[in-house]
Design a binder for this molecule. Structure first.
Ligand code: ADP
Ligand code: MG
Length: 707
C-alpha cells in the first residue's frame, strides 16, 4: 500500500509497505512537493526525514482572534498586527561596524518601528515595498520611552492568508521558504501514523496524551485551546516537553545504573585520621560540611564507585571536605588524586594539605607542569609504590606516565573547568575509583538534574560562622577617585585589595583598561603600599611568587586579570574592585567576589561600570548588588543566557531543547526524571522486549547529541 504523500514507489516502495515506523523515517526527498532544491535546503537545516519535518515546531503562534491597533500596544505583550510599510532603512550603530535595520510600519492609529540588529537572510528587507500590507508578530519592547519591536516575525500579507479568527503556527522561515509553505508541507505528512514508544504506564501516570495527537495539535492548534497554546500549557506542548526531558533523563538513568554495577575497591577505614584532622582545626566544621563528609564516607563504604558532586557556594569550605575524604582514604591505605584547573589553586591546596595532612603522617605531593623533572620522577616513583597518599595537581596529573599503586578516590575541584575526557582520563588511572567533583559555580537544581543527573549531590549551603555578607556596590568610572580613597582607608587599616581588569594587553578596538598598564598607574597612585601584578601570561614561578607575597601580606594590592577567578583564598583581603564590570558574566563576577569575605573582616565588592554598557550588563550589576547567594545568581544567569551559553562549550553531551525550558518547566522535568529512573530500576539495561523500541530510539538520539 502506498500512502498519498509518498512520491516515489520505487526503491523505497518495499520499505514503505513494511509498516508505519518507516514512514515516519522516510527521506524528506520523497515527500510530495519537496523537490531537489527544497530537499537541499532542508538537509542544510538537519531536516532529513519526515520525522524531522514533523518535529520542526512552530516558534510561536499568531493570535488572530483580536484585531489590534498600534496605538493600543502594551510593552511585553506578544501580539500580531496588520499594518502598512512606511519606510525601510538601515543605519550604522554608533561608531561600530554593526548596522541596524528598521522597518517602520503604520496603521490608522499610529506607527511603530521594527528593528533588526542582523539580517535574518539575504533579501529579507527587499520584500517590503512602501505601502505594502504586512503582518508583524512579536513582543512589544519598551526602549528609552518608545515602543518598538525587536526582531519580530514580519511578512508581506498574501491574498491566500485570509483565515482570520484563528491561531496560526509561525515557523522560523528558512531562506525563501515562508512560514505558510512550511505549514502546508507539514500538513501533508502529519496525517501519517506516528509511533509512540513511551510505555503506557508512564503516559497514564503523568497524564500524557499520545505523541501523534500532541504533534498534530502543535502544528494545528484547536481554537478553543488558543490561550493554553499561547501560554505553553497545552497538553500537546506538555507532552513534547516531557519527552525532551525524558530522553535525557533516561540516558542518565542508564549511565547511573551502569555505575552501580561497577565494582570498586572497598576502603577499610575507621575515619580516625579525618577525625584528628577535624580536631586540629582552629574552627568548627559547619553542619553542611559535616553532612557532606558523612555522605561521602557512606559512599566510600559501598561496593560500587561513588559518583558525587559537592556543590557549595564560594567560600563554603569545600577544600576541607576534600582533605577529610583524602584522610579517610589514606587510612584505608589507598590513594587520592585531586585535580584543579590552575597552578595557583594547586599550589594553594598543596600548602593546605602540607599544613593539615602531613602532620598526620599522610604523604602529599604537588604535580604541575612546573614541577622540575628530577622531583617529578621522584613523585611518580612514590605514587607507583604507594608511598604517597595524596597528589594534588593540574592536568599534569593525567599524563600517561603518572601511575598509582591503588588510586581509590579521584577529586576534581572546580570541575566545570575540565572537559569530560580529562576527568575520565584521570579516573582510568585507578580501577573504578570513587569519584568526587566539586564546583563553586552553583548550578541551578534543574540544570544539575540534567547535566549531572547521574551524580549524587551534596550541597554545602552554609557558610562558616562569623562570615558577614559582602557589601556590593556598583558605580561608574567618574566615581573612581572615591573608590580608590576607600581602598586606601582599608589598606591603612591593615587589609588587602584586589583590583581586577578584563584584558591583559591594550586592545585598540575595545579601549579597555588593562592590567599591565593600570598596574603602573596604581603603583604610582598607591606609592606608600606594595602593589603586585598577576596575569595569565606570566611565568608560573612569577605567579607563585606574587601569590605567595600577597598571601603573606607583603603585597597589599593585587592587580589581576581573571586568573584569580577560581579558588584563590586569602582571608585578609577584603576588597574586590572590578573594573569594566560590563565585560564580565554573572557567574564570573560572583566567583571574583568570592575571593573576599573569607575572613572575619567586613568585605566589599565594588563594581565599576564603563559608560558603553548594555541593558544586560546593567542588569547583571543589579543582581550582584541585590544578592550574595550563588544559587540565586546562577538561576538568574541561566534565565538571562539560556542553558547552552550558561554551561559554555566544555559541557558537551546536553542536547538543545526545542520546546522545553529548564527554568519554566521544572515540574515536568521532575516528572520525566521520576519516570526514567523508575523505568531503569525495573529494567536496568533496557533489555526487556517491550523496551526495545525505547532503547533503539535512545541510541538514535545519542548519536544525534554527540554528532
Ligand atoms: P571554597 O568552598 O570556595 O573552595 P575554601 O575551601 O577555599 O572554600 O574555604 C574558604 C576559607 O574558609 C578557607 O580559608 C578555609 O580555611 C576556611 N574555612 C573552611 N571551613 C571553615 C569553617 N568551618 N569555619 C571557618 N573557616 C572555614
Ligand atoms: Mg575551592
Amino acid at each position: 500500500m502506498c500512502h498519498g504523500f509518498i512520491d516515489s514507489p520505487n526503491k523505497d516502495g518495499i520499505l514503505i509497505s513494511q509498516g508505519m515506523a518507516l514512514q515516519f523515517d522516510t527521506d524528506i526527498q520523497f515527500v510530495k512537493g519537496v523537490g531537489p532544491k527544497l530537499g537541499e535546503l532542508f538537509r542544510k537545516r538537519g531536516i532529513l526525514r519526515v520525522q524531522d519535518l514533523i518535529e520542526f515546531f512552530p516558534r510561536t503562534y499568531e493570535d488572530r482572534r483580536a484585531v489590534r491597533h498600534i496605538q493600543s500596544l502594551v510593552p511585553d505583550q506578544l501580539v500580531s498586527i496588520k499594518a502598512k510599510v512606511l519606510k525601510v532603512r538601515s543605519m550604522q550603530l554608533g561608531r561600530s561596524k554593526r548596522r541596524m535595520y528598521e522597518v517602520v510600519i503604520g496603521d490608522a492609529s499610529g506607527r511603530i518601528s521594527c528593528k533588526f540588529f542582523r539580517v535574518p537572510y539575504r533579501g529579507f528587507f527587499e520584500r517590503f515595498e512602501p505601502m505594502a500590507e504586512v503582518r508583524v508578530i512579536g513582543k512589544v519592547t519598551f526602549y528609552r520611552g518608545v515602543k518598538e519591536f525587536h526582531h519580530p516575525d514580519i511578512h508581506p500579507i498574501k491574498e491566500d492568508e485570509e483565515n482570520e479568527n484563528d491561531l496560526i503556527p509561525i515557523y522560523t522561515e528558512l531562506e525563501g521558504l515562508s512560514t505558510t509553505r512550511i505549514q502546508r508541507l507539514i500538513q501533508t505528512v502529519i496525517g501519517q501514523p506516528i509511533p509512540d514508544v513511551l510505555p503506557v504506564w508512564v503516559r497514564e501516570k503523568h497524564g500524557l496524551i499520545p505523541l501523534g495527537e500532541a504533534l498534530r495539535e502543535i502544528h494545528d492548534p484547536p481554537l478553543e485551546l488558543a490561550d493554553q497554546f499561547l501560554a505553553i500549557t497545552s497538553k500537546a506542548q506538555q507532552r513534547i516537553i516531557f519527552d525532551e526531558f525524558f530522553w535525557v533523563e533516561l540516558h542518565l538513568a542508564l549511565k547511573r545504573a551502569g555505575i552501580e554495577r561497577e565494582k570498586s575497591i572497598p576502603i577499610v577505614s575507621k575515619g580516625r585520621l579525618a577525625e584528628r584532622l577535624e580536631k586540629s582545626l582552629e574552627f568548627d566544621l559547619t553542619g553542611a560540611q559535616k553532612r557532606a563528609y558523612a555522605e561521602i564516607i557512606a559512599d566510600l563504604a559501598k561496593p560500587h564507585p561513588m559518583h558525587r558532586l559537592v556543590q557549595g557556594d564560594v567560600g563554603s569550605g569545600k577544600t576541607l571536605v576534600a582533605l577529610m575524604a583524602a584522610a579517610f582514604v589514606a587510612e584505608g591505605a589507598a590513594q587520592t588524586a585531586l585535580m584543579v584547573p590552575t597552578e595557583i589553586l594547586a599550589e594553594q591546596h598543596y600548602a593546605n594539605s602540607v599544613k593539615r595532612l602531613e602532620p598526620l603522617g599522610i604523604g602529599c605531593a604537588l604535580l604541575t607542569s612546573q614541577t622540575k623533572n628530577k622531583e617529578r620522577i621522584e613523585i611518580l616513583e612514590r605514587l607507583k609504590t604507594g608511598k604517597l597518599q595524596l597528589v594534588i595537581g593540574t592536568h599534569a596529573l593525567i599524563q600517561d606516565d603518572v601511575e598509582f599503586k591503588s588510586l581509590a578516590l579521584v577529586i576534581v575541584d572546580e570541575q566545570h573547568r575540565f572537559g569530560v575526557e580529562q576527568r575520565n582520563k584521570l579516573k582510568r588511572k585507578g580501577v573504578s575509583p570513587h569519584f568526587l567533583v566539586m564546583t563553586a559555580t552553583p548550578i541551578p537544581r534543574t540544570l544539575a538534574m540534567t547535566v549531572y543527573g547521574d551524580l549524587d549531590v551534596s550541597i554545602i549551603d552554609e557558610l562558616p560562622k562569623g562570615r558577614q555578607p559582602i557589601v556590593t556596590r556598583k558605580t561608574f568610572q567618574s566615581k573612581r577617585g572615591l573608590v580608590m580613597g576607600f581602598v586606601r582607608d582599608q589598606l591603612k587599616a591593615g587589609r588587602q585589595a584586589y583590583i581586577v581588569y578584563p584584558l591583559i594587553e591594550e586592545s585598540e578596538t575595545m579601549e579597555l583598561k588593562n592590567a599591565i598598564e593600570e598596574h603602573e598607574k596604581i603603583k604610582e597612585e598607591f606609592s606608600e603600599f606594595q602593589v603586585g601584578l598577576l596575569h595569565g601570561r606570566m611565568k608560573s614561578q612569577e605567579k607563585d611568587e606574587v601569590m605567595r607575597r600577597f598571601r603573606a601580606g607583603a603585597i597589599q594590592i593585587l592587580v589581576a586579570t581573571t586568573v584569580i577567578e577560581v579558588g584563590v583564598d586569602v582571608p585578609n583581603a577584603n576588597i574586590m574592585v572590578i573594573e569594566h564590570t560590563e565585560r564580565f558574566g554573572l557567574s564570573q563576577l560572583h566567583q571574583l567576589r568570592g575571593r573576599v569575605g573569607r575572613g572575619e573582616h567586613k568585605s566589599y565588592c565594588i563594581l565599576i561600570l564603563g559608560y558603553a554598557m548594555s541593558e544586560e550588563a546593567a542588569q547583571r550589576a543589579d543582581i550582584m548588588e541585590k544578592t550574595n547567594d550563588g544559587f540565586k545568581i546562577a538561576e538568574a544567569d541561566l534565565e538571562m543566557r539560556g542553558p547552552g551559553e550558561f554551561l559554555g562549550t566544555r559541557q558537551s553531551g546536553l542536547p538543545g531543547f526545542r520546546m522545553a525550558n529548564l527554568v519554566r518547566d521544572v515540574k515536568i522535568l521532575q516528572q520525566a526524571r521520576d519516570a526514567a529512573f523508575t523505568l531503569i530500576e525495573r529494567d536496568p539495561t533496557l533489555s526487556k522486549l517491550e523496551h526495545l523500541p525505547l532503547k533503539k530510539k535512545l541510541e538514535e538520539l545519542l548519536k544525534m547529541w554527540v554528532g
